[in-house]
Design a protein around this ligand. Structure first.
Ligand code: HEC
Length: 311
């Protein structure tokens, strides 16, 4: 007996490793280098912080306090021992990093719903070895309704600003995964192939969690135009024109989130998670026909285009 494609025996496709950035296992016997004890500075800030201070999940660094509204407790400090500060991972201004998500400018109702989905098990990652989404689930489980509401109100109260420079390329700086993101090795270039490789514009500032230093995303040549056609027309039934729900300029519509300018690696992970059914909260049904026929290459093109738009 032969089993055709689409039978229950068919295996789920592997999550693309360039989007689901998993840290390599530590080298056996290698001692971690202790952080530099010297106080550090970043451009445009009067603050002076040690590396250890910038790694405090219950008091994340706020290099530019006048650049965002006053943070509520859950964003600035979290609650020991189980709920890390939202601003630690998502940055204090909610601009986010490629391994998590940007929260600035998301509708408050959408944030509240996503927190409920993480908590109930309706929203997981297709790559169980990726640490940050698992940490997000722990924090959502720990957060109280009031904490979620004040954090949602904070992040919804100001706009997301341009954060990711999208560049079409065939060759890209060589990277390795460290700290759950692509980091340049400084050892020349390699072919991009069919991937999106998103990395800090300035590795040192990103490592210090400077919330005013953004990212560059290299996308395959031609992918932005291909994505534009899929996003605008739905590609003759392949997907659904995104603007119907996400707004004509992809800036969001009611409780449906904006896509313009946001991390393309994150967008690919979400399309893939929705397609695989590991993200299946009550609002995800709206995305079903949009994602079910997409290939990973389609997802790359769509995310390259949405990320290239002005937020
Ligand atoms: C340990 C790091 C970490 C902390 C702390 C954290 N998050 Fe997250 N968050 C993540 C990651 C990683 C994701 C992406 C999950 C995924 O891939 O689905 C995420 C995603 C989200 C999303 C979904 C965004 C979207 O576009 O759908 C929301 C909303 C969110 N976080 C809110 C919060 C709030 C509110 C807090 C504080 C109470 C918080 N997070 C604390 C790591 C974190």
């Amino acid at each position: 007996m032969t089993l055709g494609a689409g039978t229950a025996w068919a295996q789920a496709p592997a999550p693309p490793p360039w989007a689901y950035t998993v840290n390599p296992p530590p080298t056996p016997g290698a001692k971690p280098t202790p952080p530099d004890p010297a106080p550090q500075q970043v451009p445009g800030s009067a603050a002076s912080l040690t590396v250890a201070q910038t790694r405090d999940a219950f008091n994340p660094p706020d290099w530019h306090p006048s650049a965002h509204p006053l943070m509520p407790e859950p964003v600035a400090r979290g609650r020991r021992p189980e709920m890390r500060a939202c601003g630690f991972c998502h940055l204090v201004n909610g601009q986010g990093r490629p391994e998590n998500a940007s929260l600035a400018g998301l509708p408050a109702a959408y944030i509240v719903q996503q927190m409920a989905d993480f908590k109930s098990g309706d929203r997981k990652s297709a790559e169980p070895r990726m640490g940050p989404p698992n940490a997000m689930i722990q924090d959502a489980v720990a957060a109280t309704g009031d904490e979620v509401r004040v954090a949602a109100a904070y992040f919804a109260s100001f706009p997301f600003t341009k954060w990711v420079r999208v560049v079409e390329a065939t060759d890209v700086p060589k990277t390795r995964i460290a700290g759950w993101m692509h980091t340049p090795t400084g050892e020349g270039h390699e072919p991009l192939g069919q991937r999106i490789v998103e990395m800090p514009e300035d590795l040192r500032r990103t490592e210090l969690r400077d919330a005013s230093s953004g990212f560059v995303a290299y996308v395959p040549a031609g992918s932005i135009a291909r994505g534009e056609s899929l996003v605008k027309t739905g590609g003759a039934g392949k997907t659904v024109a995104c603007g119907t729900y996400h707004g004509p300029d992809l800036k969001g519509l009611g409780p449906v989130p904006p896509l313009a300018g946001r991390s393309p690696s994150y967008t690919v992970r979400q399309l893939f998670d929705l397609q695989q059914g590991v993200r299946k909260g009550p609002w995800s049904a709206l995305m079903k026909t949009a994602v079910e026929k997409l290939t990973v290459d389609d997802m790359i093109a769509i995310a390259a285009y949405t990320a290239s738009r002005e937020p």
